[in-house]
Ligand binder design. Structure first.
Ligand code: XMP
Length: 203
């Protein structure tokens, strides 16, 4: 065991010449880190304006919102509560047909102002299912915020109240979004090269 844990980080140095493998698998950067930061700050300001003086509970969907949520709330100077719902579709593909709840809400949202945060609104099945479930808990009101909106693919009649970017019908990864649980740590939103899918191609 290290006798002085605080000194440990000084010994951890990034090694030169060990670039991560991801740049070779990315076809295009759709939304850069700078664009993401700028837009997320704007969303934060909008939410701050709309929720000042209210009893805000943010309900974030796991796992894709991890980076978006962290960036969104770190500048939100409002008293708020945070909780998570786990939603997953079967398999490692990209369809959201068979949804399972992998983590249930713990906070009581009855009479509260709930803002649901998700990474991407695609067919709309996930957000529709989650908002229906939350409405049964009688929040005072319920609004939604998504980083990305792929409107072309919509199947359900649902729109988000706060939208970061409208994007074309391309499967995207990065900034929390994954393909088969990979690429979540990319600091930008990008499109993968087809060969990166190795047979499990998304639609
Ligand atoms: P639906 O179709 O239910 O989709 O609106 C919402 C969930 O599906 C996943 N999804 C994606 N994940 N790149 C991803 O990494 C994409 O382009 C994409 N489109 C949909 C995602 O989990 C989202 O919450």
């Amino acid at each position: 065991m290290n006798p002085d844990p605080l000194s440990a980080p000084r010994h951890v140095r990034p090694r030169r010449g060990t670039a991560p493998a991801w740049p070779t698998e990315i076809q295009t950067v759709l939304i850069s880190e700078t664009q993401l930061q700028r837009r997320v700050r704007q969303l934060t300001r909008d939410i701050q304006r709309d929720y000042t003086g209210r009893d805000l509970v943010i309900v974030s969907l796991l796992n894709g919102t991890v980076m978006f949520l962290a960036d969104l709330i770190r500048h939100l100077s409002l008293p708020l509560r945070l909780d998570f719902i786990g939603v997953s579709s079967y398999g490692v593909g990209t369809e959201s047909g068979d949804l399972v709840f992998t983590k249930e809400l713990r906070l009581d949202v009855r009479g509260r102002d709930v803002l649901v945060v998700d990474d991407i609104l695609d067919t709309g099945r996930t957000l529709k299912r989650v908002t229906e479930k939350l409405r049964q808990l009688n929040p005072r009101d319920l609004h939604t915020c998504v980083l990305l909106d792929k409107a072309e693919r919509r199947v359900e009649k649902i729109e988000a109240d706060y939208v970061g970017f409208k994007i074309p019908n391309q499967f995207v990864v990065g900034y929390g979004l994954d393909f088969a649980e990979r690429y979540r740590n990319l600091p930008f939103v990008g499109v993968l090269k087809p060969e990166a899918y190795q047979g499990g191609a998304p639609e």
